[in-house]
Write a protein that binds this ligand. Structure first.
Ligand SMILES: [Zn+2]
Length: 337
């Protein structure tokens, strides 16, 4: 009897694990790493900070990305030809510009909630999606002010909230609670490891149509003048990116119908100025963007550029809710046919 029960239970568990996402149409995942410079993204560890990094660990940081994934998509910004859309290289103004498609009047991290419909809200409204199908996971509490005018319209798990709605199963509630008992040394955030685990759990269990995962450890290590910590966080992002890609590849048609977009909100200063970013240095606005998956051509054309204001129209184009005049370069226009 015991064995019989065990078999039934194993069968049910296996069935739940093998459950695949229903193919409902195109999906987009946006993944941001706060305050990562082009120097570390494209080249690797900074010569200026070389003494802080053991010799064998100098050089390329995003090793898995450059060896296995970059070639399968579009990488923008290597020639300094991809910029943020905000007029200042500060997080909240930049995230609001990504979410609205243009610079808003937000000039600092305390400007309040975004004042117009964001891309997450628009896609949800236009496609008549359930709140569970549009989700945002963020380490930094400021993200609450950029993802939506009315954040109750979407599913979200942004520090310091601990979400216990029915969409968040026991494991996801446990991850959020554990994060609250293991806060980083900096304020206003939870550690990225918990945010990322939440996002990945949600992806596998709820098959969102539009999902945003926002990480912040990199920027915090930068402000703390901890170069090894900053490099380590980018190495972790390399692993996370690989995990998202391999997970999508294991998700059948859902994965095939998904476009992944990776970028940062701003760069940071050079040499001793690397700890900050903001109003003065225009180079802080030069950033990178990587796209792959549905509708993205594989191209190494380094001349391709653009700006963050094109992320929103690109998402709207890919999801079929708008036909914008301009989108990011490298999108296969046949994808909508
Ligand atoms: Zn910062």
């Amino acid at each position: 009897m015991k064995y019989f029960l065990f078999s039934i239970l194993s069968f049910i568990t296996l069935k739940a694990m093998a459950q695949s996402c229903e193919n409902k149409g195109p999906n987009v995942i946006l993944f941001t790493w706060d305050g990562v410079r082009n120097k570390e993204f494209f080249e690797g560890t900074d010569f200026f900070h070389r003494r802080k990094i053991p010799i064998l660990e100098r050089g390329k940081i995003l090793k898995k990305f450059w060896s296995a994934h970059a070639k399968d998509g579009v990488v923008l910004g290597e020639k300094g030809n991809y910029q943020i859309a905000s007029s200042v290289a500060i997080s909240l103004p930049s995230y609001q510009a990504i979410m609205t498609g243009h610079a808003t009047d937000c000039r600092n991290n305390h400007c309040g909630t975004v004042k117009e419909e964001t891309v997450l809200e628009k896609v949800k409204r236009k496609l008549n999606l359930n709140p569970s199908e549009v989700a945002a996971f963020a380490s930094w509490e400021g993200m609450m002010s950029s993802v939506a005018m009315d954040s109750t319209q979407i599913t979200r798990a942004i520090y310091p909230e601990v979400r216990e709605d029915e969409l968040f199963d026991k494991e996801m509630i446990r991850i959020q609670q554990k994060a609250m008992g293991d806060l980083p040394i900096w304020k206003e955030s939870r550690k990225d490891e918990y945010t990322f685990r939440l996002g990945m759990d949600y992806l596998k269990k709820n098959c969102p149509r539009l999902m945003y995962i926002s990480l912040v450890d990199s920027d915090e290590y930068g402000h703390a003048n901890d170069y090894p910590g900053y490099v380590k966080s980018i190495k972790t992002y390399d692993k996370y990116l690989d995990q998202i890609i391999t997970t999508l590849e294991s998700m059948g048609e859902y994965g095939k119908q998904t476009t992944l977009i990776v970028t940062t909100d701003h760069s940071r200063g050079e040499k001793t100025q690397w700890t900050s970013h903001g109003y003065d240095d225009v180079s802080n606005k030069n950033v990178f963007l990587y796209m792959r998956g549905r509708g993205v051509k594989s191209t190494k054309n380094k001349k391709l550029g653009g700006h963050h204001g094109l992320i929103r129209p690109t998402i709207e184009y890919l999801m079929g809710v708008e036909s914008p005049a301009e989108i990011l370069p490298g999108i296969n226009l046949d994808v909508r046919k």
